[in-house]
Design a protein around this ligand. Structure first.
Ligand SMILES: Nc1ncnc2c1ncn2[C@@H]1O[C@H](COP(=O)(O)OP(=O)(O)O)[C@@H](O)[C@H]1O
Ligand SMILES: [Mg+2]
Length: 239
């Protein structure tokens, strides 16, 4: 569904990704593991068109999306819940979610039943339901993070990129986020996930890639990576 081949990307003169390749098959959850600064966020930015790839290519379904504008990539069915909760602070929770469905109102995505999906999002994220008329800027950091994730789902995307959805969340909410991810996985949502909690991420994923200094060092089925001694020692807290 999403395929990245030999992707090079970076900022200014600095190249961060030195030719990475990965695949997210339809209906699968794939996790990208790596230390701070490895290039995980950069990978997601290059996929969603926030930065332009320098080399290589990216396809979504049958469509080459390499170097396309991010609004265009979104219309083609890719939703990106970015790192660091980028919600519209002066709009309500409800309006932020409706905005997530924007491509469905303009006809660039199948409309479906937006209201039913809105109610479903509220059911997935009860904390948002209680606060649906509240301005997003007044939510806690964790709640804003959840709103960013729910907003990405409102597009009814073919593929969703989740960049550290549990960042800044209290432990109980972290658990809730992983629970939501596994529910979405059961529903067949195609996802590329980046998480600081690598072990928990592997538990809700089918496959994983380890990114080290802008290169894929190891990849394999999630179960296998969980038991790989080098991966365990470096990323899973040695357990
Ligand atoms: N906007 C930016 N401008 C310049 N360098 C950046 C920018 N964002 C990230 N970087 C650099 O790119 C590298 C990879 O960062 P990033 O993709 O955010 O890593 P990760 O998400 O794996 O922690 C880091 O060295 C970081 O300092
Ligand atoms: Mg990051």
């Amino acid at each position: 569904m999403l395929k990245i081949s030999n992707l090079h990307a970076g900022y200014g003169k600095v190249e961060v990704l030195h030719g990475i390749s990965l695949e997210v098959p339809k209906g699968r959850v794939v996790t990208l593991i790596g230390s701070n600064g490895a290039g995980k966020t950069t990978t997601m930015r290059a996929v969603s068109g926030m930065i332009a790839p320098r080399e290589g290519n990216i396809t979504l379904g049958e469509t080459d999306i390499t170097g396309k504008e991010s609004y265009h990539i979104a219309k083609l069915g890719l939703a990106h819940s970015p790192e660091g909760r980028r919600v519209f602070a002066t709009m309500t929770v409800n309006d932020n979610l409706l905005l997530g469905a924007f491509p469905r109102f303009t006809g660039s995505r199948a409309k479906g039943d937006v209201n039913a999906d809105l109610e479903r999002a509220m059911e997935y994220f009860p904390r948002l339901k209680e606060r649906r008329t509240q301005l997003a800027g007044t939510l806690s950091g964790g709640e804003q993070q959840m709103l960013a994730m729910a907003r990405a789902m409102m597009m009814n995307p073919d593929v969703v990129l989740l960049d550290e959805p549990s960042m800044g969340l209290a432990p109980i909410l972290v658990e809730e986020v992983f629970h939501i991810i596994s529910r979405l996985r059961q529903e067949g949502v195609t996802m590329l996930l980046v998480e600081q909690f690598a072990a928990a991420a592997l538990n809700v994923s089918d496959y994983g890639y380890v990114l080290e200094n802008g290169r894929i060092a190891v990849h394999g089925p999630a179960d296998k990576l969980k038991n790989d001694p080098a991966v365990k020692a470096a990323y899973l807290g040695g357990h």
